[in-house]
Design a protein around this ligand. Sequence first.
Ligand SMILES: CC(C)(COP(=O)(O)OP(=O)(O)OC[C@H]1O[C@@H](n2cnc3c(N)ncnc32)[C@H](O)[C@@H]1OP(=O)(O)O)[C@@H](O)C(=O)NCCC(=O)NCCS
Length: 183
Amino acid sequence: MASMATPVSRAAAARVLWRPLGAEDVETVAALEARIHAAPWTAGNFHDALRAGYAARVGLRDGCIVAYGVLMLGPGEAQLLNLSVVPEARREGLGRALLAQFIETAEHFAAEQMFLEVRVGNVPAITLYEREGFVGVARRESYYPPSPEGEREDALVMRCALGRLRRVIHAVAGGGDGGSAAD
Ligand SMILES: CC(C)(COP(=O)(O)OP(=O)(O)OC[C@H]1O[C@@H](n2cnc3c(N)ncnc32)[C@H](O)[C@@H]1OP(=O)(O)O)[C@@H](O)C(=O)NCCC(=O)NCCS
């Protein structure tokens, strides 16, 4: 589960400027969302998330948004609601970098665990989450809206321990100094 980012992906991730997602980003992010997801969030969903005070971030390269995500913080736990990288910038470490930022935020607010839901067929995302310490804990049948073919996909619920427990697990898994698995 220890993160194994290559030097190339680290360099690519470093060329991205990360900052909070603001209301001025919503139209752009909603347009990207429609390209990326089968059941996309609308601009209204992003505005609602901002109004609710969720942690939301964007990554920019050359002034263009290439990654974004939304994290909901609750008492003792966090829920990753959205994590997206534009197709042109994938496999460069940006998804991992953004996830690491959200884990840091959740730990800053003393969350002890993070949950997320992902389509059971989403191999890239599940691989990323598993490598960063998430474990599947439940399956929600026919959770997602039907595809154009009329099929509803199941959701895999994944959980990751945060804080001290995460560092212990990382160290036991061979992460060495017990630092963040997503560095
Ligand atoms: C899932 C997603 C965010 C990953 O972002 P990314 O920037 O491409 O991922 P990274 O480059 O940080 O990859 C980190 C690790 O994830 C795994 N991974 C990423 N893409 C993968 C793929 N296509 N196949 C297998 N493993 C993959 C690898 O372990 C990778 O590490 P490595 O490159 O050192 O082998 C991106 O594919 C995406 O936006 N998908 C569409 C939206 C989505 O499904 N979001 C998740 C919803 S829950």
